[in-house]
Design a protein around this ligand. Sequence first.
Ligand SMILES: Nc1ncnc2c1ncn2[C@@H]1O[C@H](COP(=O)(O)OP(=O)(O)OP(=O)(O)O)[C@@H](O)[C@H]1O
Length: 244
Amino acid sequence: MDVIKVERLSKEFRIPHEKRDTLFAALTGLMRPTSYETFAALKEVSFSVEEGEMFGVIGQNGSGKSTLLKILSRIIRPSSGKVEVRKTITPFLELGVGFQYDFSAVENIEMYGTIMGLSRREIENRIEDILVFAGLERFRDAKLKRFSSGMQVRLAFATAVQTHPEILLLDEVLAVGDLEFQKKCLDILDTFKNEGVTIVFVSHDLEAVKKHCSRALLLDYGVPVVTGETREVIDYYRGSLQKR
Ligand SMILES: Nc1ncnc2c1ncn2[C@@H]1O[C@H](COP(=O)(O)OP(=O)(O)OP(=O)(O)O)[C@@H](O)[C@H]1O
């Protein structure tokens, strides 16, 4: 069963240009009205993701991957096209949103867990597991402002995976963690996959995409160049990069 179905999805952003012809006009505010340029971040993108599948989205910087995930999670609206999502989406796009830097690790787990929809009891039962998974047991009472960015992501990911996701959207969030932690997270994703969780995984780490995703989509400046079996999509991507 398809849990995500995207048909001819397009997204255009309006980029403002302020025209100030002379310094005098700029200083006196006598400028022409702002004009806008339209920028197409996604152009007629279509694909579907099956339940329990880990689906990769790859492409160069600025190719529209994050825009696509933001539309799937309803953070932004498409300009045209159709997006159907049949289960609840848990977006891990910006891990750690809501973290309080003056709070300790444990206080942040309690707060973040609440934001992610866990009950008080669920959080209390899991605090130790979360700290162990994040490898931060020794830092339980340290304030977050003393943590490195990698430590913050470890804490956020460790808390977030305790929720009961149906569809997970991951946007390059693991890249900040060190190699050992990245491996741990990818192992967790495999466990999720085995439990039937659907995962959409945006990454520049092509080896991780190849290893964990069954199918993938390659975007090139908003254009869906190829969708299919991950190995073929990655080979195509590598081949096209060599030709440039
Ligand atoms: N709110 C916005 N307003 C205007 N342009 C935007 C906005 N959000 C994204 N863009 C533009 O859309 C294009 C696609 O951006 P997006 O962040 O989706 O790319 P990406 O593939 O995720 O890139 P990266 O690999 O660098 O994370 C970029 O050119 C970006 O500048």
